[in-house]
Design a protein around this ligand. Structure first.
Ligand code: HEC
Ligand code: HEC
Ligand code: HEC
Ligand code: HEC
Ligand code: HEC
Length: 249
């Protein structure tokens, strides 16, 4: 670098530094790694989203977070999504029954749902307002949920597994994303390339004994159909834009 270019770089760096201070002062911080707030209902992901072999129902993540492959925001399941099963599944332990009773209160079962209201889930993952993060672009490029959120299907209580800071985002955009690694992160290291090239299975389809069997496999079929029609990731390493405007308009 010549002496002159060194000097012209300094004002640029100053602008960046000032911009950083101003942005962080106005937008509030992002959520922090490891954060695991208490939720209004102690919802166990492992019971619902872990594979059948691991004692779960094997529900696809998209069954509940059903906007992840359609829009920028994922959103939380509606009370009715839960009540489709919990109208009849009451829980077996005293603690479990008490949690499901809370769900019934939100669904207002006593008044036939007249005053039903959404469960006020506490938001865990959050990037600052000035950051543009489109879920749909990642999910449809085949980036698995677990790559960014960790092993949610094994978390009795969800916590923020990744930092979500700028270095974390840019690192993957620059180096690229290997769908095989992503499948491994999601626990599908035995899935054949043909399978993940056609679409990403976000949960293992399965069944449990008794009343749930038909319901769960119908749900899995329905969700798989939606995922497969939307997601067409290739099996090649994926790189993404990393110019400032990609993430900051
Ligand atoms: C039966 C419905 C259901 C299924 C299936 C499900 N989730 Fe969830 N998820 C929820 C509910 C309810 C919450 C809010 C309560 C909590 O945090 O535990 C939640 C919260 C989360 C959060 C934290 C959201 C935040 O505020 O930042 C993440 C991340 C998440 N789920 C990922 C997943 C992944 C990945 C899968 C598949 C392995 C999955 N979920 C399957 C219902 C579901
Ligand atoms: C596909 C059916 C299905 C859906 C959808 C579903 N659940 Fe469940 N849920 C179950 C089953 C089955 C159990 C295990 C019950 C048991 O162990 O007795 C369970 C267990 C639970 C438990 C723990 C009860 C215990 O015994 O430990 C809670 C709390 C719960 N569900 C809340 C929810 C909420 C909140 C939603 C919506 C976000 C939801 N469930 C969606 C089927 C479902
Ligand atoms: C590339 C990384 C990445 C992938 C892949 C990813 N997420 Fe996220 N997720 C994030 C980030 C970052 C946020 C915070 C976004 C924000 O604040 O706008 C988030 C937020 C969430 C939230 C909370 C959103 C809300 O509206 O409360 C849920 C739920 C969630 N993700 C579930 C999922 C599920 C399910 C999948 C897979 C289908 C998935 N995510 C895939 C990075 C990712
Ligand atoms: C594990 C890898 C990975 C991580 C982590 C990741 N991304 Fe991405 N990102 C991708 C891939 C792959 C694409 C899709 C590129 C494509 O569609 O060809 C993408 C696309 C995008 C796009 C769309 C870019 C365009 O072409 O318009 C934006 C915006 C974006 N990511 C923002 C973020 C932000 C913000 C974060 C951090 C909070 C983040 N990403 C974290 C892999 C990642
Ligand atoms: C792939 C997405 C992505 C790209 C590309 C990107 N950023 Fe960021 N940037 C982020 C995220 C995410 C944050 C929030 C980090 C946090 O809250 O920890 C952020 C935060 C910032 C901040 C505020 C830092 C602070 O401490 O509050 C500044 C300033 C910034 N970025 C500037 C830039 C500049 C300049 C470029 C281009 C050289 C750039 N960004 C490219 C994702 C991105």
């Amino acid at each position: 670098m010549t002496q002159q270019r060194k000097w012209t770089a300094i004002p640029g760096l100053l602008v960046l530094a000032i911009g950083a201070v101003v942005l962080s002062a106005y937008s509030g911080a992002s959520s922090s790694q490891g954060s695991a707030p208490d939720q209004p209902i102690a919802f166990p992901h492992p019971k619902h989203a872990a594979s059948v072999e691991k004692g779960g129902l094997g529900l696809n993540c998209l069954y509940c977070h059903n906007n992840a492959n359609r829009s920028a925001d994922v959103g939380m399941p509606a009370v009715n999504t839960c009540m489709g099963c919990h109208q009849s599944v009451m829980g077996t332990t005293a603690a479990g029954k008490a949690e499901i009773q809370k769900l019934w209160k939100y669904a207002d079962v006593a008044n036939m749902g007249k005053n039903a209201r959404p469960v006020p889930w506490v938001r865990i993952h959050k990037v600052p307002e000035y950051v543009h993060f489109p879920h749909v672009r990642h999910v449809n490029a085949g980036v698995t949920c677990q790559t960014c959120h960790g092993q949610v299907q094994g978390m009795p209580k969800v916590y923020q597994a990744a930092s979500l800071n700028m270095g974390w985002c840019v690192n993957c955009h620059v180096n690229g994303y290997d769908p095989k690694e992503g499948m491994k992160a999601a626990g599908y290291d035995t899935v054949t390339p043909a399978r993940y090239a056609g679409g990403v299975p976000y949960g293992t389809a399965g069944s449990v004994a008794g009343i749930m069997t038909a319901q769960v496999s119908a749900i899995s079929r329905d969700t798989e159909a939606r995922v497969h029609s939307a997601a067409t990731p290739s099996s090649e390493r994926r790189r993404a834009r990393y110019d400032c405007a990609a993430c900051h308009y």
